[in-house]
Design a protein around this ligand. Structure first.
Ligand SMILES: NC(=O)c1ccc[n+]([C@@H]2O[C@H](COP(=O)([O-])OP(=O)(O)OC[C@H]3O[C@@H](n4cnc5c(N)ncnc54)[C@H](OP(=O)(O)O)[C@@H]3O)[C@@H](O)[C@H]2O)c1
Length: 284
């Protein structure tokens, strides 16, 4: 399994713990240089991440990363040929931004593929991916959506969330290559317990068990979180986010130290805890 770097933080304010602003260009470039030195070769981005996709090549400088990008959610007022034209234009724009570094295209809202226009949208993206020598995949919020889509489309790889509290991946045993995200549950698993419980009260009990589990094993939450990511099935890349160079340096060190860990006892089913779309977060 490889460590990969996510870039939403470079293009917009993001995350329950976020600083409320995009990472400044100088810091983003320093994080990318450090990541490349640490052996990271894959970046995760999307057209919907503010201006991250447009600025990524200048931020990465001479470092030859390979990039995953994502097609925006399809506009509701486009159908048939107009929708295929829209997809073509969107993907062409991503290609112009990322050049030969672009290696994987994902649907950012895979539910678009379950609509009546789904097959047409898939075909338009598949045609583009073939011409651009890219793989085609989907970014989902739960394994069940991936299984549903695989009944209709030859999906090669997918991005899914997974961490100590969200272990649906372990139960699903997917049969495609997985790019794992949310290893830190947007930073919630790395916050001091009081701060995390204050931010997301629904997660207070689960976070208490998490920090107790780490303490009993003498593990720093950052090392434990990455160790649990290493223990999840079918994962080829662990996509992490960082807002500062210091955060990424700590991630790179912890990745080296993290043993493969399994903690089914920490798993939570409550979407109000594990799915950011259902969060009722309390601002700082
Ligand atoms: N639908 C999708 O396709 C989708 C959705 C979400 C994310 N993603 C991708 O996944 C990437 C990662 O995002 P994620 O949601 O999965 O986040 P994550 O990796 O679970 O957590 C990242 C957050 O953890 C905190 N953090 C990181 N290193 C730390 C350290 N050393 N010490 C303390 N806190 C630290 C930072 O938040 P603070 O500094 O704010 O604490 C950072 O923003 C994104 O950049 C994006 O590329 C994709």
């Amino acid at each position: 399994m490889e460590l990969a770097l996510g870039t939403v933080q470079f293009g917009m304010a993001y995350g329950i713990a976020g600083s409320g602003a995009a990472v400044p260009a100088g810091e983003a470039a320093a994080i990318l240089a450090c990541a490349f030195e640490a052996g990271v070769r894959w970046l995760d981005t999307a057209a919907a991440y503010g201006d991250a996709e447009a600025r990524l090549r200048s931020l990465m400088g001479r470092h030859a990363f390979k990039i995953v990008t994502k097609l925006r959610p399809a506009p509701a007022d486009r159908h048939g040929d107009a929708l295929a034209q829209w997809a073509q234009e969107e993907l062409q724009r991503s290609r112009e931004c990322l050049g030969d570094a672009l290696r994987v295209l994902m649907f950012h809202r895979p539910e678009d593929l379950l609509s009546p226009d789904g097959p047409l949208l898939w075909e338009a993206a598949a045609r583009f991916a073939r011409d651009a020598h890219c793989a085609l995949g989907v970014s989902c919020y739960e394994p069940a959506t991936l299984e549903k889509l695989r009944l209709h489309y030859p999906i090669e790889l997918a991005q899914l969330p997974g961490n100590a509290l969200d272990q649906r991946l372990a139960q699903a045993q997917p049969r495609v290559a997985i790019h794992l995200r949310s290893a830190f549950l947007q930073g919630l698993l790395l916050m001091p317990l009081e701060q995390g419980a204050r931010r997301l009260p629904a997660a207070a009990a689960a976070l208490g068990r998490w920090h107790g589990w780490c303490r009993e094993r003498g593990l720093a939450p950052l090392v434990a979180a990455l160790g649990i990511a290493k223990g999840l099935p079918a994962v080829t890349h662990c996509v992490v986010g960082a807002e500062t160079l210091a955060q990424f340096e700590a991630i790179a060190r912890a990745w080296q130290d993290a043993p493969v860990l399994h903690a089914p006892e920490l798993a939570v089913d409550d979407l109000a805890v594990i799915d950011p779309r259902h969060w009722k977060a309390v601002s700082a």
